[in-house]
Design a binder for this molecule. Structure first.
Ligand SMILES: [Zn+2]
Length: 179
């Protein structure tokens, strides 16, 4: 930082204190002895999201919140859940240290959290985010979720595939002769 009076390139810091969102330093020029003050502030980083269609837009926390709010609507979750998740995801994104982030990274970050939190909210979010084309895609997602929930055993091995199977077993039970 050049001295504003004589242009000398070096100065001594005589005092340094934190002020609103920054640091103020009192300096004395090592050339002419003049005193001056510098401020150091954090430059807010703009984060850009690259959408699926390659469009680029500024990261919008409100948008992230809205998507999660819809998914979590009327679910038995603490009131601050969505805000807390947004905080976590936001700082995760900034920690990546990148100026541009594919929207898929954000979507996946939401999915990972909702999955461990509330399966209905997860499926709701997934149905919008993954744009399920049909019921088969939705079923596949639910199946994957169920498999994860019960460990490595496929869900089909635990439950009868058709509700009728249960009924059939009862019907095949010992018959009483009505004669
Ligand atoms: Zn100077």
């Amino acid at each position: 930082m050049d001295c504003p009076y004589c242009g000398y390139h070096d100065s001594r810091v005589t005092d340094s204190r934190e002020v609103n969102e920054g640091i103020r330093r009192r300096r004395q020029c090592l050339g002419c002895g003049a005193r001056f003050t510098t401020y150091e502030r954090i430059q807010p980083v703009s984060l850009f999201v690259i959408k699926k269609d390659r469009r680029r837009e500024v990261f919008d926390r409100e948008k992230l919140l809205n998507g999660m709010r819809k998914a979590c609507e009327k679910r038995p979750l603490p009131a601050d859940t969505v805000d807390r998740l947004a905080d976590e995801i936001e700082s995760e994104l900034y920690r990546l240290g990148r100026a541009e982030i594919p929207s898929a990274v954000i979507g996946d970050a939401v999915m990972r959290r909702l999955r461990g939190l509330d399966h209905i909210a997860y499926i709701r979010f997934a149905s919008v985010y993954r744009e399920f084309a049909d019921i088969t895609a939705l079923k596949h997602e639910v199946d994957t979720l169920m498999d994860g929930a019960v460990g490595t055993v496929p869900s089909s091995a635990q439950l009868p595939l058709l509700p009728d199977e249960g009924v059939a077993v009862v019907a095949r039970g010992p018959r009483r002769s009505g004669r």
